[in-house]
Design a protein around this ligand. Sequence first.
Ligand code: DX5
Ligand code: ZN
Length: 217
Amino acid sequence: MLIISPSVLAADFSRLGEELQKVEAAGAQYIHLDVMDGVFVPNISFGIPVIEGLRKHSGAVFDVHLMITEPLRYIDAFAKAGADLITIHYESCDDPWKVVRYIKEKGLKAAVAIKPATPADVLYEHLGELDMALVMTVEPGFGGQKLISEALHKARALREYADKNGLCLDIQADGGITADNLADVIGAGVNVIVAGSSIFRAEDPSAVIAQMKAMAD
Ligand code: DX5
Ligand code: ZN
């Protein structure tokens, strides 16, 4: 089953609680929370207090995408704020696997993201330790960009590797996903999609979610 994780980066920040309720009522199972530190990526978004505040308004899985350097320093704080799944970037520290183990020790799900220029095989050796791999389909930092279709080859390679090795792995794609390119994304073996602009900037976000779910079925 396709899991839809709307990215609140594209939502109306003055009424985030209502925005979340709207997409959850439409069937979104996850909420994607993009945390940017202005160092790992050239943009600053929001952090721990916002997630903590939203937790009271939502029963969805909080899918926290950390675009920050040295994420180990903040895992405790994001866990306490209400994260269910934490994704760190492979490129963000020297030992991402140490951070993955720490996230799992906290009882949370762990994922590692790779930027468009990072090959998929950096994840192979420890893939069995991950709940999810995130293939970035845009350069991280900004919503509203166009999907880089070459990145989908990496999702396909990861799906093949996981299947061959009997691993139960979620594969998420993030960036530029719309109803128009969803078939290609799912066809590459992705089962968790992030969508910001195509959902929150639509006239009727619920209709877009319904359309995406119907396409996946
Ligand atoms: C980009 C973020 C994405 C972004 C997706 O760095 O990781 O989650 O919000 O937004 P859209 O769907 O608009 O590309
Ligand atoms: Zn993201």
